[in-house]
Design a protein around this ligand. Structure first.
Ligand SMILES: Cc1cc2nc3c(=O)[nH]c(=O)nc-3n(C[C@H](O)[C@H](O)[C@H](O)COP(=O)(O)OP(=O)(O)OC[C@H]3O[C@@H](n4cnc5c(N)ncnc54)[C@H](O)[C@@H]3O)c2cc1C
Ligand SMILES: CC(C)=CCC/C(C)=C/CC/C(C)=C/CSC[C@H](N)C(=O)O
Length: 479
């Protein structure tokens, strides 16, 4: 690689979610201590990682579970001196609108027999399908630790798993699994309910996000003690970034004369704090929020060629917490003291007004959910619409408390779909296009790292570190 040129003076990042804060962390590592990094946030640090108070205890209301092989999230927790807590969904059942078509058992062997009895060896084959994709997925960590960057999400996925991996983006999960010989019963009763709880959609989403969603059903999931959002504040602090509480309204490229006397192209970032409007000039800008009118509303002024518009829809989702006693007779005729499930998933044809229901632990409960008091647990439901009082009363025999948060949590997946560009302009980068492959904390962290590496290599003219062919073969022999 060429000798690095002098680092940029100022970098702006729009959004202090996990994408923005992880890019701040890696930008600091790459560009060194002298660059000034401003992170703009119009709401709370953490973005879609947020907690909600239920009777004095905090619960994850947005991004909640992390996979044991999500190595960036693991590394952040370690580097920042944070602790993790195990997350277990307890025993799970699948409701089809009439009865529970599947109920997990706490005995491993009983579970296996139940699965084989109903679905043959499809569950095992599904496990192998996911393992194979996850195995390849792990290559991204090696590429990034060797500093390689990618200029598009498709190129990143191609480097991980070749054409087969890119094809996952253009195919629905259902098409992919049907071709692989999975039965309709298994798709409807096992796969679709998992897609519904994780991504609010059925098996019509792309096969890549489908695989990510299946891994979220693995065991040994975890979360960050105190709330996943503390990773974001930790990364901001560790990167010595300057947090600006304001809403970015526009970005425009302008020529400025720097102290060195030379005219330089910079980006003017205009932002609002309360009723006041301010602006600042930056060498590099990273946009770490979905560029969707409803979500960020940033105008790109006078760009030639114009910055493309992204109008792909995000879904609606409501997270509702209820401290109450479940009306288990809605799902099963068993006496309520024998209803042992802590998670209820639903099939597409169940006609249920919720996507899922599960007992949750607070962000400080290391031992899992607190034992029931008077039969009451804290339950979390996901639903497309706000639950009415009647609907809550249908789900619960009695309840003490209910609280909710509304989200535009992730894209509506409609394959085949092109992922939005990462390079919007010379030194203007966009992280959230990766959500159209799959939206989760780790993917945003991967996008944050990639954007930092891309910005660094493009700044220094290190073309040989971007979009390299045969990376897997090249790095096979390197330690
Ligand atoms: C209910 C729910 C459940 C989820 N469950 C999981 C899960 O279990 N596991 C998992 O891995 N993922 C989960 N996810 C997804 C995960 O939370 C997201 O993919 C991830 O947090 C996105 O991070 P981000 O930084 O890319 O975006 P965000 O977190 O959305 O960050 C963008 C930030 O930019 C700010 N912003 C927007 N516009 C402007 C502007 N104009 N000026 C200044 N600031 C601006 C926003 O306020 C926001 O804070 C879930 C999401 C939701 C909502
Ligand atoms: C990127 C890889 C390989 C794995 C990530 C797996 C993962 C943890 C995905 C999360 C997907 C997601 C958006 C889940 C939302 S709901 C989560 C949970 N079931 C809950 O009830 O809160």
């Amino acid at each position: 690689s060429a000798e690095p040129r002098a680092p940029p003076d100022r970098i702006a990042i729009v959004g202090a979610g996990i994408g923005g804060t992880s890019s701040a962390y890696y930008l600091r590592k790459k560009f060194g201590k002298d660059v000034k990094i401003d992170v703009f946030e119009r709401e709370e640090v953490g973005g879609r990682l947020a907690t909600l108070k239920v009777q004095g205890h905090d619960y994850e209301a947005g991004g909640s579970v992390i996979h044991p092989l999500n190595l960036h999230m693991k590394r952040f927790v370690k580097d920042l001196g944070l602790s993790s807590v195990p997350v277990s969904g307890g025993l799970m059942g699948v409701y089809n609108g009439k009865s529970l078509v599947f109920e997990e058992s706490s005995w491993f062997i009983v579970n296996m027999i139940k699965l084989v009895w109903r679905y043959g060896f499809q569950s095992l084959r599904m496990h192998m399908w996911v393992e194979d994709l996850l195995d390849k997925f792990m290559r991204i960590y090696r590429y990034q630790s060797h500093d390689y960057a990618f200029s598009s999400v498709e190129k990143l996925l191609f480097a991980i798993g070749g054409d087969d991996y890119v094809r996952l983006l253009n195919q629905t999960l259902r098409e992919n699994l049907q071709k692989a010989g999975f039965s309709e019963t298994f798709l409807n009763e096992m796969v679709a309910p998992i897609m519904r709880v994780n991504f609010g959609q059925s098996t019509d989403l792309n096969a890549f996000v489908g695989a990510v969603s299946m891994t979220a059903a693995d065991s040994n999931l975890w979360a960050v003690e105190g709330g996943n959002k503390v990773v974001c504040s930790g990364l901001l602090q560790a990167s010595s970034s300057n947090l600006i509480s304001g809403s970015v309204v526009s970005i425009e490229e302008k020529t400025r004369t720097k102290q060195t006397g030379s005219p330089t192209k910079m980006y003017e970032v205009v932002y609002k704090t309360g009723s006041e409007t301010h602006s600042g000039f930056y060498d590099i800008v990273l946009v770490a929020t979905p560029l969707n009118q409803k979500m960020s509303d940033i105008t790109f002024r006078n760009f030639d060629p114009p910055i493309e518009e992204f109008n792909d829809p995000y879904q609606h989702l409501v997270t509702t917490f209820v401290k109450g006693e479940l009306n288990s007779t809605l799902f099963s005729s068993r006496p309520k003291d024998q209803f042992g499930l802590s998670t209820v998933l639903v099939t597409d044809d169940s006609d249920m007004f919720i996507n899922s229901l599960s007992i949750v632990a607070s962000v400080r409960d290391k031992e899992g959910p607190a034992p029931a008091v008077d039969g009451m647990h804290v339950w979390k439901t996901f639903s497309r619409d706000v639950l009415t009082k009647e609907q809550i009363s249908k789900l619960f025999l009695s309840y003490d408390y209910a609280a909710r948060k509304q989200w535009l949590p992730y894209p509506h997946y409609a394959p085949p779909q092109k992922c939005p560009s990462i390079i919007l302009h010379d030194r203007l980068y966009y992280l959230n296009g990766i959500e159209f492959a799959a939206s989760c904390m780790e993917m945003s962290a991967i996008a944050g790292y990639n954007a930092a590496l891309l910005a660094y290599h493009r700044w220094n003219g290190n073309e040989d570190m971007i979009d390299q062919d045969d990376l897997y073969e090249k790095l096979k022999t390197e330690l």
